[in-house]
Write a new protein. Structure first.
Length: 324
């Protein structure tokens, strides 16, 4: 069994990627067994221009910055070290998601292990805390494991995770929480404008390396009123429904209009969009209702910033004389 951990930088720019900075892992024969071998590699960041708050707090961030190893090389070294192991374990499911996300970004095949094990969920089941995610630090303290090394180092975290596995049973590994039934909410439909207008030209958006960047593009968020040409404003998209996202945007004079953003992924992996304001039909109303039920995506470029209050009156005269 391989127990691994990742450290990454969650970028807040147009590239929605949790860029991996370090891969750490240990090899054990089974739950609670001694560590047979260790693996550690620091990966040079090259996607995001800035480090997020989580990455800035990593104790070994500078070693990743100074590393000459890129993600493709680091992944190759990790898989070569894993050899024929068929079980990959981690504390929680985020590490598996980040690994697949980075592989997809760099167009690399994702590692194919026979079994992916979420030790955090299994430990929570043992502790009777199925509904709560227990942090690795809390698990270490609960088990009374001495903390000789700092956390948030991928190798150290993998070693601590392997140590905590001694409190986990095979029955807990097999446990799957019951799936919660989603309550189907009926969203209130806006009253769309009854204005008549000719078919509107569709505007191309992008291409961009990430889908979120298309949704955030200023041209996508500011379509024109099909009657007067005034700029509308989209704060959030609903969907997807197929390849489309939908939003309702209002013109002060002519009312609410339905905006549709159709996405397409190009052969090189980039994303392109096409924004349109179609005439409302019963079919489009049903599509918008399905989009509302699918969920919403906020546009980062539409966050309203608090304006500084300006002083327009006359200011009180400055006292320059001496007190009598």
């Amino acid at each position: 069994m391989i127990v691994f951990d990742l450290e990454w930088n969650r970028g807040y720019d147009t590239r929605s990627l949790d860029e991996i900075l370090q891969i750490g892992a240990v090899r054990i024969a089974g739950l609670g067994q001694p560590v047979l071998d260790t693996f550690n590699v620091y990966i040079r960041p090259c996607v995001h221009k800035k480090f997020g708050p989580g990455a800035k707090g990593l104790p070994d961030l500078q070693r990743s910055v100074d590393s000459a190893t890129d993600f493709s090389q680091g992944l190759s070294l990790f898989l070569e070290w894993c050899g024929g192991e068929r079980e990959l374990a981690a504390w929680g499911g985020d590490d598996f998601k980040a690994l697949r996300q980075n592989c997809a970004y760099w167009k690399l095949p994702a590692p194919a292990f026979q079994r992916e094990i979420d030790l955090q969920r299994a430990f929570g089941h043992v502790m009777g805390e199925d509904s709560r995610q227990i942090s690795l630090q809390s698990a270490i303290e609960t088990c009374g494991i001495p903390m000789r090394d700092t956390l948030h180092n991928a190798l150290h975290d993998a070693m601590y995770t392997a140590a905590v596995s001694a409190w986990i049973t095979e029955e807990a590994l097999a446990y799957r929480p019951p799936r919660k039934k989603k309550r189907r909410e009926r969203h209130r439909m806006p009253k769309f404008s009854a204005e008549q207008f000719p078919a509107q030209p569709k505007r191309r958006i992008g291409p961009y390396p990430a889908m979120q960047a298309v949704l955030n593009d200023k041209r996508a968020r500011q379509p024109q009123c099909p009657v007067c040409g005034r700029e509308l404003c989209v704060h959030r998209w609903s969907g997807p429904v197929g390849r489309c996202y939908y939003a309702a945007a209002g013109c002060k004079e002519h009312g609410q209009f339905l905006c549709r953003l159709t996405l397409a992924q190009l052969e090189n992996g980039e994303w392109r969009g096409r924004i349109s304001v179609p005439a409302i039909t019963p079919e489009l109303e049903r599509a918008y209702q399905r989009a509302l039920e699918a969920g919403t995506v906020n546009c980062t470029g539409s966050i309203r910033r608090k304006k500084k209050r300006r002083w327009y009156g006359s200011r009180p005269a400055r006292q320059t004389g001496t007190a009598s």
